[in-house]
Design a protein around this ligand. Structure first.
Ligand code: ADP
Ligand code: MG
Length: 357
Protein backbone atom coordinates (compact mmCIF):
# COMPACT_ATOMS: atom_id res chain seq x y z
CA UNK A 1 0.00 0.00 0.00
CA UNK A 2 1.22 3.51 -0.51
CA UNK A 3 0.31 7.05 0.31
CA UNK A 4 -0.69 8.98 -2.78
CA UNK A 5 -1.34 12.29 -1.09
CA UNK A 6 -1.49 14.03 2.26
CA UNK A 7 -3.10 17.42 2.54
CA UNK A 8 -3.01 19.21 5.81
CA UNK A 9 -3.83 22.56 7.29
CA UNK A 10 -3.54 23.96 10.78
CA UNK A 11 -1.32 21.09 11.96
CA UNK A 12 1.65 21.92 14.27
CA UNK A 13 4.01 24.43 12.66
CA UNK A 14 3.18 23.27 9.12
CA UNK A 15 1.75 25.63 6.51
CA UNK A 16 -1.16 24.33 4.43
CA UNK A 17 0.61 21.61 2.46
CA UNK A 18 0.02 19.00 -0.15
CA UNK A 19 2.52 16.13 -0.03
CA UNK A 20 2.59 13.64 -2.89
CA UNK A 21 5.31 11.10 -2.11
CA UNK A 22 6.61 8.67 -4.70
CA UNK A 23 5.98 4.94 -4.32
CA UNK A 24 9.63 4.23 -3.40
CA UNK A 25 12.00 5.94 -1.00
CA UNK A 26 11.12 9.52 -0.12
CA UNK A 27 13.65 11.70 1.67
CA UNK A 28 12.50 14.83 3.49
CA UNK A 29 15.45 17.15 3.98
CA UNK A 30 15.39 20.01 6.45
CA UNK A 31 17.24 21.73 9.24
CA UNK A 32 16.16 21.36 12.85
CA UNK A 33 12.68 22.56 13.80
CA UNK A 34 11.44 23.04 10.21
CA UNK A 35 8.57 20.54 10.46
CA UNK A 36 9.98 17.16 9.33
CA UNK A 37 8.72 15.23 12.34
CA UNK A 38 5.40 17.10 12.18
CA UNK A 39 4.88 15.91 8.62
CA UNK A 40 5.33 12.26 9.65
CA UNK A 41 3.20 12.87 12.74
CA UNK A 42 0.40 14.19 10.49
CA UNK A 43 0.47 10.95 8.49
CA UNK A 44 0.59 8.87 11.67
CA UNK A 45 -2.35 10.77 13.19
CA UNK A 46 -4.39 10.53 10.01
CA UNK A 47 -3.82 6.76 9.85
CA UNK A 48 -4.12 5.83 13.53
CA UNK A 49 -5.76 8.81 15.32
CA UNK A 50 -2.69 8.87 17.60
CA UNK A 51 0.42 11.00 17.82
CA UNK A 52 3.69 9.54 19.05
CA UNK A 53 4.57 12.81 20.81
CA UNK A 54 1.44 13.74 22.71
CA UNK A 55 -1.93 12.52 23.81
CA UNK A 56 -3.18 16.13 23.99
CA UNK A 57 -4.67 16.87 20.60
CA UNK A 58 -4.82 20.59 21.40
CA UNK A 59 -1.01 20.61 21.06
CA UNK A 60 -1.33 19.46 17.46
CA UNK A 61 -3.24 22.53 16.35
CA UNK A 62 -1.17 25.34 14.91
CA UNK A 63 -0.77 27.94 17.63
CA UNK A 64 -2.44 30.67 15.54
CA UNK A 65 -5.31 28.40 14.39
CA UNK A 66 -8.33 26.86 16.10
CA UNK A 67 -8.62 23.71 14.02
CA UNK A 68 -6.65 21.27 11.93
CA UNK A 69 -7.67 19.08 9.05
CA UNK A 70 -5.76 16.14 7.57
CA UNK A 71 -6.69 14.10 4.51
CA UNK A 72 -4.83 10.97 3.44
CA UNK A 73 -5.35 9.27 0.13
CA UNK A 74 -3.73 5.85 -0.07
CA UNK A 75 -3.67 3.19 -2.73
CA UNK A 76 -4.23 -0.35 -1.55
CA UNK A 77 -3.91 -3.33 -3.81
CA UNK A 78 -7.62 -3.75 -4.23
CA UNK A 79 -8.90 -0.19 -3.86
CA UNK A 80 -8.11 3.38 -2.88
CA UNK A 81 -8.89 4.60 0.59
CA UNK A 82 -9.36 8.14 1.87
CA UNK A 83 -9.11 9.00 5.54
CA UNK A 84 -9.84 12.39 7.03
CA UNK A 85 -9.07 13.55 10.56
CA UNK A 86 -10.03 16.92 11.92
CA UNK A 87 -10.04 18.66 15.27
CA UNK A 88 -11.88 21.81 16.21
CA UNK A 89 -12.33 23.22 19.72
CA UNK A 90 -11.74 19.91 21.48
CA UNK A 91 -13.82 17.78 19.13
CA UNK A 92 -12.15 15.34 16.74
CA UNK A 93 -13.82 13.82 13.75
CA UNK A 94 -12.83 11.01 11.41
CA UNK A 95 -14.10 9.96 8.03
CA UNK A 96 -13.33 6.89 5.97
CA UNK A 97 -14.12 7.39 2.28
CA UNK A 98 -16.27 10.37 3.21
CA UNK A 99 -18.33 8.51 5.82
CA UNK A 100 -18.07 9.78 9.43
CA UNK A 101 -16.74 7.19 11.92
CA UNK A 102 -17.14 7.11 15.66
CA UNK A 103 -15.04 4.09 16.66
CA UNK A 104 -11.26 4.05 16.42
CA UNK A 105 -11.40 0.37 15.50
CA UNK A 106 -13.19 1.37 12.26
CA UNK A 107 -10.25 3.58 11.25
CA UNK A 108 -7.34 1.40 12.31
CA UNK A 109 -5.96 -0.94 9.68
CA UNK A 110 -7.30 1.07 6.73
CA UNK A 111 -3.84 2.54 6.18
CA UNK A 112 -1.10 0.52 7.88
CA UNK A 113 1.97 2.41 8.96
CA UNK A 114 5.13 1.39 10.77
CA UNK A 115 6.82 4.33 12.41
CA UNK A 116 10.33 4.71 13.77
CA UNK A 117 11.26 7.74 15.84
CA UNK A 118 14.52 8.44 17.67
CA UNK A 119 12.79 7.71 21.00
CA UNK A 120 12.32 4.11 19.86
CA UNK A 121 15.90 3.50 20.94
CA UNK A 122 14.35 3.18 24.41
CA UNK A 123 13.24 -0.22 23.21
CA UNK A 124 16.89 -1.20 23.59
CA UNK A 125 18.25 1.21 26.19
CA UNK A 126 15.19 2.09 28.26
CA UNK A 127 13.37 0.46 31.14
CA UNK A 128 11.52 -2.86 30.83
CA UNK A 129 8.23 -0.94 30.73
CA UNK A 130 9.07 0.35 27.19
CA UNK A 131 9.53 -3.17 25.94
CA UNK A 132 6.30 -4.34 27.57
CA UNK A 133 4.43 -1.39 26.06
CA UNK A 134 5.89 -2.28 22.67
CA UNK A 135 4.76 -5.91 23.00
CA UNK A 136 1.30 -4.87 24.17
CA UNK A 137 0.84 -2.35 21.37
CA UNK A 138 1.99 -4.67 18.63
CA UNK A 139 0.07 -7.67 19.86
CA UNK A 140 -3.11 -5.68 20.52
CA UNK A 141 -3.08 -4.58 16.88
CA UNK A 142 -2.39 -8.07 15.60
CA UNK A 143 -4.75 -10.05 17.86
CA UNK A 144 -8.07 -8.78 19.24
CA UNK A 145 -8.06 -11.67 21.79
CA UNK A 146 -4.77 -10.38 23.17
CA UNK A 147 -6.22 -6.93 23.75
CA UNK A 148 -9.18 -8.43 25.60
CA UNK A 149 -6.91 -10.61 27.79
CA UNK A 150 -4.66 -7.61 28.50
CA UNK A 151 -7.58 -5.46 29.61
CA UNK A 152 -8.89 -8.21 31.91
CA UNK A 153 -5.45 -8.91 33.29
CA UNK A 154 -4.83 -5.24 34.10
CA UNK A 155 -8.16 -4.90 35.79
CA UNK A 156 -7.61 -8.01 37.92
CA UNK A 157 -4.12 -6.79 38.82
CA UNK A 158 -5.46 -3.43 39.94
CA UNK A 159 -8.12 -5.10 42.09
CA UNK A 160 -5.69 -7.60 43.61
CA UNK A 161 -3.20 -4.84 44.48
CA UNK A 162 -5.93 -2.77 46.07
CA UNK A 163 -6.99 -5.74 48.15
CA UNK A 164 -3.40 -6.51 49.20
CA UNK A 165 -3.10 -3.00 50.60
CA UNK A 166 -6.17 -3.38 52.82
CA UNK A 167 -5.67 -4.60 56.38
CA UNK A 168 -8.66 -6.93 56.10
CA UNK A 169 -7.32 -8.72 53.05
CA UNK A 170 -9.48 -11.76 52.61
CA UNK A 171 -8.02 -14.98 51.17
CA UNK A 172 -11.21 -16.01 49.39
CA UNK A 173 -11.34 -12.66 47.61
CA UNK A 174 -7.68 -12.96 46.63
CA UNK A 175 -8.43 -16.40 45.17
CA UNK A 176 -10.89 -14.79 42.76
CA UNK A 177 -8.29 -12.37 41.42
CA UNK A 178 -5.58 -15.04 41.33
CA UNK A 179 -7.82 -17.15 39.07
CA UNK A 180 -8.40 -14.18 36.77
CA UNK A 181 -4.71 -13.29 36.62
CA UNK A 182 -3.77 -16.88 35.89
CA UNK A 183 -6.35 -17.31 33.13
CA UNK A 184 -5.63 -14.05 31.28
CA UNK A 185 -1.93 -14.05 32.12
CA UNK A 186 -1.53 -17.37 30.34
CA UNK A 187 -2.82 -15.81 27.09
CA UNK A 188 -0.38 -12.91 27.43
CA UNK A 189 2.63 -15.15 28.06
CA UNK A 190 1.79 -17.55 25.23
CA UNK A 191 1.19 -14.82 22.66
CA UNK A 192 4.21 -12.80 23.73
CA UNK A 193 6.33 -15.93 23.41
CA UNK A 194 5.08 -16.68 19.87
CA UNK A 195 5.40 -13.06 18.78
CA UNK A 196 8.94 -12.59 20.11
CA UNK A 197 10.08 -15.82 18.46
CA UNK A 198 8.80 -14.59 15.07
CA UNK A 199 9.92 -11.00 15.53
CA UNK A 200 13.33 -12.05 16.83
CA UNK A 201 13.99 -14.23 13.78
CA UNK A 202 13.04 -11.47 11.32
CA UNK A 203 14.86 -8.76 13.28
CA UNK A 204 18.04 -10.87 13.40
CA UNK A 205 17.96 -11.20 9.59
CA UNK A 206 17.40 -7.46 9.07
CA UNK A 207 20.09 -6.64 11.61
CA UNK A 208 22.63 -8.88 9.91
CA UNK A 209 21.99 -7.02 6.65
CA UNK A 210 22.37 -3.56 8.17
CA UNK A 211 25.33 -4.35 10.43
CA UNK A 212 27.57 -6.61 8.35
CA UNK A 213 26.38 -9.84 9.90
CA UNK A 214 26.59 -8.62 13.50
CA UNK A 215 24.25 -10.80 15.56
CA UNK A 216 21.09 -9.48 17.21
CA UNK A 217 19.27 -11.79 19.60
CA UNK A 218 15.92 -11.05 21.17
CA UNK A 219 14.78 -13.34 23.93
CA UNK A 220 11.50 -13.19 25.77
CA UNK A 221 12.05 -13.14 29.53
CA UNK A 222 8.75 -14.18 31.05
CA UNK A 223 8.67 -13.35 34.76
CA UNK A 224 6.73 -16.60 35.21
CA UNK A 225 7.58 -19.02 32.38
CA UNK A 226 4.84 -21.25 30.98
CA UNK A 227 6.19 -24.37 32.74
CA UNK A 228 5.35 -22.80 36.13
CA UNK A 229 1.57 -22.36 36.54
CA UNK A 230 0.95 -18.72 37.48
CA UNK A 231 -1.75 -19.79 39.93
CA UNK A 232 0.83 -21.77 41.98
CA UNK A 233 3.35 -18.94 41.87
CA UNK A 234 0.73 -16.43 43.06
CA UNK A 235 -0.19 -18.76 45.93
CA UNK A 236 3.45 -19.12 46.96
CA UNK A 237 4.16 -15.39 46.86
CA UNK A 238 0.92 -14.32 48.55
CA UNK A 239 2.57 -13.51 51.89
CA UNK A 240 5.36 -11.51 50.24
CA UNK A 241 2.76 -9.70 48.15
CA UNK A 242 0.78 -8.86 51.29
CA UNK A 243 3.85 -7.37 52.95
CA UNK A 244 4.72 -5.37 49.86
CA UNK A 245 1.16 -4.40 49.03
CA UNK A 246 1.71 -5.38 45.40
CA UNK A 247 1.68 -8.40 43.11
CA UNK A 248 5.37 -9.22 42.73
CA UNK A 249 5.19 -11.97 40.10
CA UNK A 250 3.43 -12.21 36.75
CA UNK A 251 3.50 -11.02 33.12
CA UNK A 252 3.30 -7.38 34.24
CA UNK A 253 6.97 -7.87 35.16
CA UNK A 254 8.03 -9.46 31.85
CA UNK A 255 10.93 -8.18 29.80
CA UNK A 256 12.81 -8.75 26.58
CA UNK A 257 16.52 -9.32 26.49
CA UNK A 258 18.30 -7.84 23.48
CA UNK A 259 21.90 -8.68 22.82
CA UNK A 260 24.16 -7.43 20.06
CA UNK A 261 27.28 -9.40 19.21
CA UNK A 262 26.63 -11.52 22.31
CA UNK A 263 26.64 -8.63 24.79
CA UNK A 264 23.58 -7.13 26.47
CA UNK A 265 22.55 -4.27 24.20
CA UNK A 266 21.30 -2.14 27.06
CA UNK A 267 24.63 -1.90 28.87
CA UNK A 268 27.20 -2.51 26.18
CA UNK A 269 25.99 -1.44 22.74
CA UNK A 270 27.06 1.92 21.31
CA UNK A 271 24.39 4.46 20.37
CA UNK A 272 24.74 3.47 16.73
CA UNK A 273 24.39 -0.21 17.63
CA UNK A 274 21.34 0.47 19.79
CA UNK A 275 19.74 2.43 16.99
CA UNK A 276 20.55 -0.31 14.48
CA UNK A 277 18.88 -2.87 16.75
CA UNK A 278 15.76 -0.70 17.14
CA UNK A 279 15.60 -0.19 13.36
CA UNK A 280 15.95 -3.93 12.75
CA UNK A 281 12.95 -4.47 15.05
CA UNK A 282 10.93 -1.98 12.97
CA UNK A 283 11.89 -3.68 9.70
CA UNK A 284 10.82 -6.99 11.24
CA UNK A 285 7.53 -5.35 12.18
CA UNK A 286 6.92 -4.34 8.55
CA UNK A 287 7.23 -7.99 7.57
CA UNK A 288 4.82 -9.13 10.27
CA UNK A 289 2.29 -6.49 9.21
CA UNK A 290 2.75 -7.48 5.56
CA UNK A 291 1.99 -11.12 6.27
CA UNK A 292 -1.07 -10.21 8.33
CA UNK A 293 -2.49 -7.47 6.08
CA UNK A 294 -1.50 -9.11 2.81
CA UNK A 295 0.33 -6.00 1.63
CA UNK A 296 3.20 -3.80 2.74
CA UNK A 297 2.62 -1.03 5.30
CA UNK A 298 3.99 2.46 4.78
CA UNK A 299 7.31 2.78 6.60
CA UNK A 300 8.17 6.12 8.19
CA UNK A 301 11.65 6.69 9.58
CA UNK A 302 12.32 9.86 11.52
CA UNK A 303 16.03 10.70 11.75
CA UNK A 304 16.95 7.06 11.25
CA UNK A 305 20.34 7.79 9.74
CA UNK A 306 21.63 10.18 12.42
CA UNK A 307 24.36 8.31 14.36
CA UNK A 308 24.71 5.62 11.70
CA UNK A 309 27.92 5.50 9.69
CA UNK A 310 27.77 5.57 5.88
CA UNK A 311 28.02 1.81 5.50
CA UNK A 312 25.14 1.17 7.90
CA UNK A 313 23.06 3.97 6.34
CA UNK A 314 23.52 2.45 2.90
CA UNK A 315 22.81 -1.05 4.18
CA UNK A 316 19.69 0.15 5.99
CA UNK A 317 18.34 1.59 2.74
CA UNK A 318 19.25 -1.64 0.94
CA UNK A 319 17.55 -3.74 3.64
CA UNK A 320 14.19 -2.03 3.07
CA UNK A 321 12.02 -4.16 0.83
CA UNK A 322 11.75 -2.44 -2.58
CA UNK A 323 7.99 -2.94 -2.54
CA UNK A 324 7.68 -0.74 0.55
CA UNK A 325 6.97 2.96 0.33
CA UNK A 326 9.30 4.63 2.79
CA UNK A 327 9.20 8.22 3.97
CA UNK A 328 12.26 9.29 5.89
CA UNK A 329 13.62 12.52 7.29
CA UNK A 330 17.16 13.80 7.50
CA UNK A 331 18.97 16.98 8.51
CA UNK A 332 21.83 15.88 6.29
CA UNK A 333 21.95 17.90 3.05
CA UNK A 334 22.75 14.51 1.56
CA UNK A 335 25.61 12.26 0.76
CA UNK A 336 24.72 11.53 -2.87
CA UNK A 337 26.02 7.96 -2.80
CA UNK A 338 23.90 7.08 0.23
CA UNK A 339 20.76 9.12 -0.29
CA UNK A 340 20.15 8.73 -3.97
CA UNK A 341 19.32 6.05 -6.45
CA UNK A 342 16.46 4.75 -8.57
CA UNK A 343 13.08 5.12 -6.88
CA UNK A 344 14.22 8.01 -4.65
CA UNK A 345 12.18 11.21 -4.37
CA UNK A 346 13.47 14.28 -2.56
CA UNK A 347 11.58 16.99 -0.71
CA UNK A 348 12.71 19.96 1.32
CA UNK A 349 10.95 21.54 4.25
CA UNK A 350 11.65 25.07 5.44
CA UNK A 351 9.58 26.80 8.16
CA UNK A 352 6.69 24.42 7.60
CA UNK A 353 6.62 24.80 3.79
CA UNK A 354 7.20 21.72 1.70
CA UNK A 355 8.73 21.68 -1.76
CA UNK A 356 9.67 18.89 -4.12
CA UNK A 357 13.28 18.97 -5.25
N1 ADP B 1 1.09 23.46 17.65
C1 ADP B 1 2.13 24.13 17.10
N2 ADP B 1 1.93 25.33 16.48
C2 ADP B 1 2.97 25.99 15.93
N3 ADP B 1 4.23 25.54 15.92
C3 ADP B 1 4.48 24.34 16.51
C4 ADP B 1 3.45 23.58 17.13
N4 ADP B 1 3.98 22.44 17.63
C5 ADP B 1 5.29 22.51 17.36
N5 ADP B 1 5.60 23.64 16.69
C6 ADP B 1 6.92 24.08 16.22
O1 ADP B 1 7.37 23.21 15.21
C7 ADP B 1 8.77 23.11 15.30
C8 ADP B 1 9.20 21.67 15.41
O2 ADP B 1 8.76 20.96 14.34
P1 ADP B 1 9.33 19.52 14.09
O3 ADP B 1 8.42 18.91 13.11
O4 ADP B 1 9.55 18.79 15.38
O5 ADP B 1 10.75 19.87 13.46
P2 ADP B 1 11.89 18.96 12.87
O6 ADP B 1 11.46 17.54 12.96
O7 ADP B 1 12.09 19.43 11.46
O8 ADP B 1 13.11 19.24 13.70
C9 ADP B 1 9.23 23.78 16.56
O9 ADP B 1 9.83 25.00 16.24
C10 ADP B 1 7.96 23.97 17.33
O10 ADP B 1 7.99 25.12 18.13
MG1 MG C 1 12.32 16.03 14.08
Amino acid sequence: MHLVELTCRGFRGLEAIRFRPGPGLNIIHGDNAQGKTSLLEAILFGATSKSHRTSLESELVRRDADAFHLALHARRRDRDVRLEASWRSGVKRFKVNGVPQTRISDILGKINVVFFCPEDVSLVSGAASYRRRFLDMELSQLLPDYLAALQHYRQALRQRNELLRQSACDNAQLDVWDDQLAAHGRVLVEERGNFVAQLGRLAALAHGRIANGEELRIVYKANVPTDQPLLDVLARTRETDRRQGATTRGPHRDDLELSVAQAAARGFASQGQQKTAALAVKLAETELVTSRAGECPILMLDEALAELDHARSRQLLDAIDKKIQCIMTTTDPGDPCCLDGPGFSHFGIVRGCLEER
